[in-house]
Design a protein. Structure first.
Length: 284
């Protein structure tokens, strides 16, 4: 039976993210939290594969107790089980420590519900924006990884092989590999569904499974939380917003283009390249 794990993260709504000027950290109090949208694309693909080939979808998330809301949303969309990995000892984790804990959680998922064939994560998160956690999990689990997946074109349950398209800077790469495999999802992968009424009713009554450090007796405490996070953020800041002079152009499209060209020729180009129209002439 196909078993897919989806790692999701609850993040501040990117439309309302603010930086505390004193601490240089994200302001989370009073800011709405949402499921990282790249993770939702990973979940949607997991649900599509489940509907096509059968199986189960388990969602995991590492975060504070309020992250239960994100997991309930995943349940409403069709996930079978949801696990919250939460403990004060996990606080302050960077991508290295986070990938370690999530990899250990996936091992525990396998012990609980059976072997995992596919792991989905988002390409990156809206708050961290590093794109490191997914590959970090794959490395720690010693499984294949396919990043920037824009389409899953096939899965063979008998041969345990999956074929995908990866979006690269210079084109699209078609890759076939064996499972288990970790994939990082792009927004082009699919369009996330809306939760149906039965799913919302199930989510309202569902209580996510909670795992703490006590559930991981072999966890290396030196690799979690702040102690296991060698990354140091020197400073963060919000770029200063500078007002720009604007001018509306009148006339039809041909007149507007001609006016715009004259203004660029007379002001922007001389300033950028040190041209002297008076000396060289406008046609130079």
């Amino acid at each position: 039976m196909l078993h897919i794990v989806v790692s999701v993260k609850q993040v501040p709504d990117s439309r309302e993210i603010r930086i505390d000027p004193k601490t240089s950290t994200l302001v989370r109090i009073g800011v709405p939290a949402i499921v990282n949208f790249y993770d939702l694309h990973g979940l949607e693909e997991a649900l599509v594969l489940k509907e096509k080939y059968g199986g189960r979808v388990t969602v995991i998330s590492m975060g504070p107790p309020p992250a239960e809301k994100a997991l309930k949303q995943c349940i409403s969309l069709g996930a079978d089980e949801a696990v919250l990995i939460t403990d004060r000892a996990f606080a302050g984790a960077d991508t290295l420590a986070t990938s370690y804990v999530l990899a250990e959680a996936i091992k525990k998922v396998e012990e609980t519900w059976g072997p995992v064939d596919i792991v989905f994560t988002g390409k990156q998160t809206l708050d961290g924006d590093t794109g490191q956690v997914g590959p970090g999990i794959a490395c720690r689990l010693d499984i294949e990884q396919l990043t920037y997946v824009s389409k899953v074109t096939g899965y063979n349950g008998e041969t345990k092989r999956v074929t995908v398209q990866r979006k690269l800077e210079d084109g699209v790469e078609v890759v076939e590999t064996k499972t288990p495999v970790l994939m990082t999802a792009l927004k082009e992968l699919n369009k996330p569904r809306r939760a149906p009424m039965p799913g919302m009713l199930r989510a309202a009554q569902y209580k996510p499974i909670v795992w703490t450090t006590a559930d991981f007796p072999n966890l290396d405490r030196s690799k979690i939380g702040l102690k296991g996070s060698p990354t140091i953020v020197g400073k963060t800041w919000v770029p200063e917003i500078k007002a720009a002079d604007t001018q509306m152009l009148d006339g039809d499209t041909k007149v507007k283009v001609g006016t715009l060209f004259d203004k660029i020729w007379e002001t922007e180009l001389p300033a950028r390249f040190g041209w002297d129209h008076a000396a060289n002439g406008k046609g130079a």
